[in-house]
Design a protein around this ligand. Structure first.
Ligand code: B12
Ligand code: SF4
Ligand code: SF4
Length: 307
C-alpha cells in the first residue's frame, strides 16, 4: 500500500481518539539533543531523578529499545479546561495536569492500545509491531514532538503549539513501518522571556534550560526528601503551572472536552487547613487513580506544611 495513504489513515485514526495534533518522525538516534541531555545530567540538573541518568543510553535512541522501529508517531492531547486557580493565599494549588479525576497515563494508554489495534486492522495481512509510551518510557518525548512538528520547545522547555498553547500531554507510538515524516516548525518565542522572568525560584536559569534542583514541580512531585529552606513553593502543593500560565500562547482558546481533566470538585477551592485535616485513608480514597496519589500521603502533608 502507498506510504502516503498509510500515513494519512494512521493520522486519521489517531485524530478519532481525540488527539489534536499528530506528528511523525524517523526512529533514529537524537544527536544534538543527546549532547544536551548529557550536559544536563553531567551538571546534575536532574537533581535526585537517578532514573534519568540510568536510562540515558535508551533515551537518546528509540532503536535501542525497539530495534525494528522505523517511525515515531508523536501525539498531543489537550488537558486545559476553562477553570483557573484561586489567587487566595489560603487555597493551595494543584497543577492543571493533575487536578482532575483520572490519571492521564491510564486515559492515554487506553487510547494508544486501541489505536494500535485499529492500525493492525487497517494493515491486516502485514505483520506489524508497535510499542507505546506516555511519560513512562525511556523516550525524549519533547525532542521527538519537536522533530515531528507538534510544536517548538519554548524557553520554559515545554513544547508549544502556536494555536493550542502548551497545556497538552505528549505520548508516542513506535512502529516498524516506514511512514512519511513531518518537519519541525519555527520557534516563536522571539524576544519574549516572560516564563524566565516569572519563575519564582530561578529554575529557568537560562533560555531553554531548566534546573530541577530549583523547580517547584520537581520538589512537590519527585523529591522524596526534605524540601530545602530556600525553595518557596509559592502555594503550589503538586506541580507548578507558572511558566505556562504566563506564556502568551496559552491565552485560553481551546479546551479539552474530556471530563477526566476537569478539576476534582471535592478538592477544588479547599483551604490549606481543610486539606491538612485529611487522614491517610481519606487521602488514598480521594486521590486513588489520580496523578496526586504519586506524592503519597507523607509527601502530600510535607508539601501542605511547607507553603
Ligand atoms: C524529567 C521530567 C520533568 C522534570 C524536568 C523538566 C525538564 N524540563 O526536563 C520536572 C520534574 C521538573 C518536570 C516538570 C514538569 N513536567 Co515533566 N517531564 C519530564 C520527562 C520525564 C523527561 C524530560 C527530559 O527529558 N528532560 C531532560 C532535559 C535535558 O530535557 P529538556 O529540558 O527538554 O532539555 C532540552 C533543552 O534544554 C534543550 N536545549 C538546550 N539548550 C538549548 C538551546 C536552544 C536554543 C533550544 C531550542 C533548546 C535547548 O536541549 C535539551 C534536550 O533537547 C518528560 C517525559 C519524557 N519521557 O520525555 C516529562 C514532560 C516533559 N513533562 C511534562 C509536564 C506537563 C511537566 C510540567 C508542566 C508538570 C507541572 N505542571 O508541574 C512541569 C513543567 C516544568 C518545566 N518548565 O519543564 C510534559 C510536557 C508536555 C509538553 N507540552 O511539552 C512531558 C513531556 C510529559 C508528557 N508525557 O506529557 N518534568
Ligand atoms: S514549573 Fe514553576 S518552578 Fe518550575 S520552571 Fe516553571 S515556573 Fe519555575
Ligand atoms: S513565555 Fe514567552 S519565552 Fe516563555 S515559552 Fe512562552 S513565548 Fe516562549
Amino acid at each position: 500500500m502507498d506510504k502516503n495513504l498509510i500515513t494519512h489513515r494512521i493520522k486519521d485514526i489517531c485524530k478519532s481518539f481525540g488527539f489534536f495534533k499528530i506528528g511523525i518522525s524517523k526512529a533514529e538516534p537524537l544527536e544534538k539533543e543527546s549532547a544536551q541531555l548529557k550536559t544536563w545530567l553531567d551538571e546534575n540538573r536532574h537533581a535526585d531523578m537517578d532514573w534519568m541518568l540510568q536510562s540515558y543510553e535508551k533515551r537518546i535512541d528509540p532503536v535501542s529499545v525497539f530495534p525494528e522501529a522505523k517511525s515515531v508517531i508523536s501525539l498531543a492531547l489537550l488537558y486545559d479546561t476553562p477553570y483557573t486557580h484561586s489567587d487566595s493565599p489560603d487555597i493551595p494549588k494543584i497543577s492543571r495536569y493533575a487536578w482532575g479525576e483520572k490519571d492521564y497515563h491510564k486515559v492515554i494508554k487506553k487510547k494508544l492500545k486501541e489505536i494500535c489495534k485499529s492500525i493492525e486492522l487497517f494493515l491486516a495481512g502485514t505483520e506489524i509491531e508497535t510499542k507505546y509510551y506516555v511519560d513512562d518510557g525511556p523516550v525524549m518525548e519533547k525532542s521527538f514532538a519537536v522533530k515531528s512538528g507538534i510544536g517548538w520547545q519554548g524557553k520554559n522547555t515545554i513544547v508549544i503549539d502556536p494555536e493550542y498553547g502548551s497545556f497538552f500531554f505528549l505520548s508516542e507510538i513506535l512502529i516498524d513501518v516506514e511512514l512519511e515524516y513531518d518537519k519541525p516548525i519555527e520557534d516563536l518565542c522571539s524576544t519574549c522571556s516572560l516564563c524566565i522572568q516569572s519563575c519564582p525560584t530561578g529554575a529557568l536559569y537560562d533560555e531553554y534550560r531548566l534546573d530541577a534542583n530549583l523547580c517547584i514541580s520537581y520538589h512537590t512531585i519527585e523529591n522524596k526528601k526534605e524540601i530545602p529552606d530556600y525553595i518557596d513553593l509559592n502555594n503550589w502543593i503538586f506541580g507548578c503551572d507558572i511558566c505556562q500560565d504566563v506564556c502568551p500562547y496559552n491565552k485560553k482558546k481551546f479546551f479539552t472536552v474530556d471530563s477526566s481533566f476537569f478539576p476534582k470538585k471535592s478538592i477544588f477551592g479547599k483551604t490549606r487547613e481543610e486539606l491538612l485535616q485529611m487522614t491517610e485513608e481519606e487521602f488514598n480514597n480521594e486521590f486513588n487513580g489520580t496523578p496526586v496519589k504519586r506524592a503519597k500521603y507523607e509527601r502530600w502533608k510535607r508539601n501542605l506544611k511547607k507553603k
